[in-house]
Design a protein around this ligand. Structure first.
Ligand code: GRF
Length: 213
């Protein structure tokens, strides 16, 4: 059984998708938020999952907070740390501690549109497709070996909200899939690239195919 700790900051819909997936061999050991008012905390409690709220505002700085966060995470002996809408920049020390066993989801087709306001920037840039990326976390923001991506169209008339909703639907599909692959020990990282052990062709393949809008 692999222990998973999920970090959130807000509504926690990706966390919920991972919990609902009921991944064999995975135990969601805890959900931790840096915001005590994160809606995802009560969702997690509803599933009977242990939750921790660690308010970053009560700490002197990033180093102090990340040290306290790591201490909380380590209480659950995680095999995998999942960032699911966790909106804090991580210190290098924190990233190195969990390197190779920490995943993030970002609402763009990385390496395009790292950082914030991805949907607005995608619309402003006039791109015709957008999407989402699950990747291993490395010290550089929103970079790191790419595990899975899904593509959606940007439709005429889309505003940020419409595009975000279309992308989010795909996040809920690929994040549980990526976590499942990790739990099954099928992700091989070599030279900054991820391949899937024993990949089949078709939808089970490591490259998630384009999907309906
Ligand atoms: C998602 O769009 C994720 O890609 C981004 O923040 C959002 C979190 O949503 N990092 P939720 O809290 O999982 O509902």
């Amino acid at each position: 059984m692999k222990n998973i700790v999920i970090l959130i900051s807000g509504r926690g819909s990706n966390m919920e998708a991972i919990v609902r997936a009921g991944i064999p061999g995975a135990r969601i050991a805890a959900v931790i938020s840096n915001r005590p008012d994160a809606g995802g905390l009560s969702i997690a409690r509803g599933f009977g999952i242990e939750t921790v709220a660690l308010d970053h505002k009560l700490f002197a700085g990033r180093d102090e907070f990340d040290a306290a966060l790591a201490a909380e995470i380590d209480r659950f002996a995680p095999d995998l740390v999942v960032l699911a809408g966790y909106m804090r920049i991580l210190t290098d020390g924190f990233v190195r501690r969990y390197m190779g066993r920490m995943l993030n989801i970002h609402p763009s087709l990385l390496p395009c549109f790292t950082g914030l306001h991805t949907h607005r920037r995608a619309i402003e840039a006039g791109v015709k497709v957008a999407g989402t990326t699950v990747h291993f976390v490395t010290p550089e923001l929103d970079s790191g070996p790419i595990v899975a991506q899904a593509v959606v169209p940007v439709l005429p008339g889309d505003d940020e909200e419409a595009l975000a909703a279309r992308v989010l639907k795909q996040e809920h599909r690929i994040y549980p899939q990526a976590v499942r692959w990790f739990v099954e020990e099928r992700l091989i990282v070599e030279n900054g690239r991820v391949t899937l052990r024993d990949a089949q062709s078709g939808p089970e393949g490591w490259c998630v195919p384009p999907v309906d809008a």
